[in-house]
Design a binder for this molecule. Structure first.
Ligand SMILES: Cc1cc2nc3c(=O)[nH]c(=O)nc-3n(C[C@H](O)[C@H](O)[C@H](O)COP(=O)(O)O)c2cc1C
Length: 377
């Protein structure tokens, strides 16, 4: 039991979830914009240990725990999030054009399951506005930008989607350390993606190849363990060495064993995030790490991380970096530091001197598809 779970959370949970989300961002933006504010956040929350630093896709991360996409959609609180000890921050999802997202209410809590149901539908201010803002704000940790097609409510053809992703990435080339392409947003297209079949993903990559100054690219797509679908994606990205790895999106819906009564859950439109998804997301990491070329690709793992043990399990299964969102809502900002401290403890217990040595440890003895690789820096 922390001060947050005992005293702060009960008050926050009396209020509308989206209102609290916006208030938190406004506070983060205010505090993070001053030197003193950042200094206080660092003093209270941050935890520095060189044994946690990792190098992924040619980028150096001070620790492997990042803020997942969706919290800071418009890049307002990136300085506060960096000062809070995150090893990286992923802004977005951002689309080429501004979007209002889905109608409200579109964010719901399931306290008994420590889960969130989200149906935001990627509201954001659009690529140009967000790129201008993040371009004016320095962060000491890598910045990821998560891009998505604009949610207009009307599906458009594959060529238009490709064009959108090309437009969206252009203003971020100077500032982003990596770009994550959200190929199957569960709340705009029901998780169905233009890029799942046919030549569209390869076409998009070919368009990206023409761009100067492209940062590392990660593909974010619906978690699955289907060999054929995986082969299609790996074949499509194979010729493009700027593709550095994968992030898994939660599947649309709430198809999990939940403790919350179904009459409450059924009334919430959207996608469930948090601990009930953990097992399925872990299995997805295991599957992809087993089959992908480990010399070439990296995995950023997420889904239900509420403790150091959850993060460490994902790392041992094959994630080089992890991301947190729902856990933060239920455990508070102190969670990041607790994960860092716990990772050190778990690493030491396994006789490791660096967190990079834990990546894929559960696969020891299996024959890797590519050569094995050290992420130690
Ligand atoms: C409120 C909310 C909004 C989200 N919005 C986005 C988004 O805009 N783009 C995206 O790629 N993922 C989004 N996500 C998914 C997260 O990035 C993450 O992949 C997922 O929540 C799993 O992590 P968690 O269980 O720690 O929450 C969102 C998640 C939540 C809870």
């Amino acid at each position: 039991m922390s001060f947050y779970t005992q005293c702060v959370r009960p008050i926050l949970f009396q209020c509308d979830p989206e209102w609290i989300h916006n208030l938190t961002l406004a506070l983060g933006e205010g505090v993070g914009s001053t030197v003193w504010g950042r200094w206080i956040l660092e003093a209270v929350f941050s935890y520095v240990d060189p044994r946690l630093s990792v190098s992924v896709g040619g980028i150096r991360f001070p620790n492997p725990v990042g803020m997942a996409a969706g919290f800071d959609k418009n890049g307002r609180a990136i300085q506060a999030l960096s000062a809070m000890g995150f090893g990286f921050v992923e802004v977005g999802s951002v689309s080429a054009h501004a979007s209002e997202g889905n109608p409200r209410p579109r964010l719901f809590r399931l306290p008994v399951d420590e889960a969130i149901v989200v149906n935001y539908g990627v509201p954001n201010e659009g690529a140009l506005a967000v790129a201008k803002r993040v371009g004016e704000r320095e962060t000491p940790v890598p910045l990821g930008i998560n891009l998505v097609e604009t949610n207009t409510g009307n599906p458009v053809g594959p060529d238009a989607v490709v064009e959108e992703f090309v437009e969206a990435v252009k203003p971020f080339r100077e500032r982003a350390d990596y770009v994550a392409l959200n190929l199957n947003c569960p709340n705009t297209t029901g998780g169905v993606s233009t890029f799942d079949e046919g030549p569209h993903l390869r076409n998009l990559m070919a368009e990206y190849k023409r761009l100067d100054g492209l940062p590392a690219i990660f593909l974010k797509f619906t978690a699955h363990t289907e060999p054929k679908r995986m082969e299609h994606m790996l074949a499509a990205v194979e010729p493009f060495d700027f593709v550095k790895g994968f992030i898994f999106n939660l599947p649309s819906g709430k198809n999990y064993a939940l403790r919350s009564p179904s009459k409450i859950v059924d009334g919430m439109p959207g996608t469930l995030c948090g601990p009930p998804t953990r097992k399925m997301m872990d299995e997805t990491i295991r599957f992809w790490y087993e089959h992908m070329d480990r010399e070439r690709y990296w995995i950023i793992g997420s889904g239900g991380i509420s403790s150091a043990e959850d993060a460490y399990r994902k790392i041992r299964l094959g994630a080089s970096l992890v991301q947190v969102y729902t856990g933060l809502v239920f455990q508070g900002p102190g969670l990041v530091k607790r994960i860092h401290e716990g990772l050190i403890r778990l690493m030491e217990k396994d006789g490791l001197t660096h967190i990079g040595q834990a990546v894929g440890l559960d696969h020891l003895g299996e024959r890797p598809v590519g050569r094995s690789r050290s992420t130690v820096v």
